[in-house]
Every structure is written in C-alpha cells, then in structure tokens.
Design a binder for this molecule. Structure first.
Ligand code: PMV
Length: 347
C-alpha cells in the first residue's frame, strides 16, 4: 500500500519494575532479566501526523509537547529515529508531527521515557501496518516493544500486558533480550488490581541519568553477583505471582529496590538518589506493616520517589495511612494513585 498522509494516536503507560534492570551487556541489551507491573493512569498520549515527502536523506519532524514546540526533546527523538531506521525503512519518506502529552505532571520525577518511547513506537508500527496490511497484531506488538527498547530499555515493558518480563530468563517461556513478553503463567487473584501509590518526594531532574547509571555497572565490583541475583529473584517472583504469597512478594520487591540503590552507592563514582524523606517513608511503611499486618510494601526507581504497593482490598486503610502519615514527606503533599493496567491503546 502507499499512504500519503494521515495520523494515529496511541497512549502508552509507565511501568514499575519489581526485579530491576540496572546494567547493559551491550547497547540496549540488558545485563539481567527484569519484570514489571504495567501502570494504568500514568501515561503518555502521542499523536503522530505524517505526510509523504521526498527522501532527501534526512529525518524531518516537528515536536510538540503539551501543544507547544519543544526543541530540547528533539535530539533524543532524532537519536531514536537513527536507531530504528534500519527496522523502519520508510522513516525518511515522511515528514512527521509528533504531538505528545503526559497524564502526569511534567518534572514530577516520574520518568516519561518508558511511556513516551512506547507510545511513539506504537504509532510508527501503526504506520508500518498501514503500509503492510498483512501484518499480524502479535508481530506488531512484539516489534513495537523491540523498537521501544531502542529508545529506552524499560519502555519495551510498556507496550502490552499487565506483568511483563524483559531479558533472557531460563524459566520464563518466550523471554528475550530484544523485547518484553507478557508473564506467561496464570497470575494469582491476590495481584488483581494491585495498587501503586506514587509518593512524589522530589520532583526535580535526576542528578544522574539512567544511561550513566547503567554504564557504571561495567567494572562494578558487585556486578556479576547482582546479575545472578536478579535471575534468582525472578525465579522466586515467578512462583510467588502464581501462588499469591504476599509476604514473600514483599521480601523480593523491597530487597530489589534497596539493591538497585546499593548498586548506585557502590559504583565508582558513587551516588545517592534517595532523599531523607525517602527513608522516612520506608521506615513508616515498615512500622505500619508491623503494627497492622497489612501487606503493603515499597519499591523505588532511579530516584527519590517511593512507589507504595498493596492489594486492592486494603485500599481504604492504606490510603488513610498515606494521608495521615506519608503525605507530609511528599513535595507539596503531592502523590499519584495508580494501579496495574494493561498496556498501550489506540485512541
Ligand atoms: O529504561 P532506562 O534505561 O531508563 O532504565 C530504567 C531503570 C530502572 O527504572 C531503574 C529499573 C527498571 O527496570 O525500570
């Protein structure tokens, strides 16, 4: 088919890793497998407009963020286009208008690279499907995840499914370093509608980018042991996701979060992304869990914000606790209630 012009709009969610990706073997190839919950409310919505142009050897695109031209995001997109051109040979035959917005506030410390790259990858795959209508949906989603990974590693886990594994792992059927796959086994009802309340401790820009952080795992004294541990933790978590053991879930998830930050603290150069209020929140969560036996736990990304994870059926009590005891540790009292979602959607 030939397509002269048109547009698509896709939304894609953020995701929160349970077993963390931290370190690359090679360009965009993870040093260890990771697994994440897909979020539902924290999303990027991107409209991709396209019109045919002469292939003059250059990419051509305009970028709008929240309706306004955004020059400083352009180099990142340009780099992404360079990386994916090999797999989408039509890219230089079109002028694109990329019109993007997030459902969560800009500079909230919530990384928009996963949702943003996933939404853009889905749009490009919609255009590829328009050019090749025989393409199956399975192929479309798998290739979208493959492309999203080239933009930002964790983005490949934001394309399809509620629980997504990325990276070769012996005990996860179909797993690959090249794209995310849906967790292949039946997930216990305890994890249905699992809640993630994101406490915004520090909305500023990260002092250390994840690119730099991944790089510091080369020559890191604990790297090999850490990568082996991630495999073990994914083995354990796979069983837990099927048998619904929340006490064991909590142990793995919290240990993974602290290990991620321990890797940062023990790299050379070393750095700390947690803030005093991050620790205040962690201690308050532990105290609340001890006193109430409610299975609430925390995880962290590469930043100071805390994700509070808990089952839907304890929602009221946990939200009360958050309001009474944790909101004070959040910047401007700001937090976001999210829950498990299912992936990218065509608008
Ligand atoms: O996708 P990147 O390169 O920004 O790396 C993200 C790494 C963590 O968020 C810290 C962990 C993860 O698995 O998402």
């Amino acid at each position: 088919a030939t397509i002269d012009q048109g547009s698509f709009t896709w939304s894609a969610p953020s995701n929160i890793a349970l077993v963390k990706y931290w370190g690359k073997k090679d360009k965009q190839i993870p040093a260890n497998p990771s697994i994440s919950f897909t979020l539902n409310h924290c999303k990027t919505i991107t409209k991709l407009g396209f019109s045919k142009k002469e292939n003059n050897g250059n990419f051509s695109f305009d970028l709008l963020f929240e309706g306004k031209p955004k020059e400083d995001f352009k180099p990142k997109i340009e780099k992404f286009l360079e990386r994916i051109e090999l797999y989408l040979p039509f890219l230089k035959n079109y002028h694109f208008t990329i019109d993007t917005q997030n459902t969560f506030p800009h500079s909230s410390g919530i990384a928009s690279s996963a949702s943003g790259m996933a939404a853009l990858a889905m749009n490009f795959m919609s255009l590829e499907k328009a050019l090749h209508p025989e393409m199956t949906d399975d192929y479309l989603y798998q290739k979208a995840s493959f492309l999203a990974r080239l933009g930002s590693g964790s983005a490949c886990r934001s394309v399809k499914g509620s629980v997504v594994v990325w990276g070769n792992h012996n005990n996860t059927k179909g797993s690959s370093d090249l794209f995310g796959v849906e967790f292949p086994n039946t997930i216990h009802d305890n994890f249905r509608n699992y809640q993630d309340t994101i406490l915004l401790v520090d909305k500023g820009e990260k002092q250390v980018s994840s690119t730099v952080g991944h790089d510091l795992m080369h020559n890191h004294p604990f790297a090999e042991r850490r990568f082996a541990q991630a495999h073990d933790n994914l083995d354990k978590l796979s069983i837990i996701l099927q048998n619904g053991n929340l006490d064991e879930f909590i142990k793995i998830v919290e240990s993974e979060a602290l290990t991620l930050h321990a890797m940062m603290m023990t790299s050379m150069p070393y750095f700390i992304l947690m803030k005093p209020n991050t620790l205040e929140i962690i201690n308050a969560v532990w105290k609340f869990r001890n006193e109430t036996k409610i299975p609430v736990c925390f995880t962290l990304d590469a930043g100071a914000n805390v994700h509070v994870l808990y089952p839907k059926n304890v929602c009221e009590k946990v939200l009360q606790f958050i309001q009474d005891e944790l909101v004070g540790y959040c910047q401007n009292g700001h937090y976001i209630c999210d829950e498990i979602g299912f992936g990218a959607q065509l608008k």
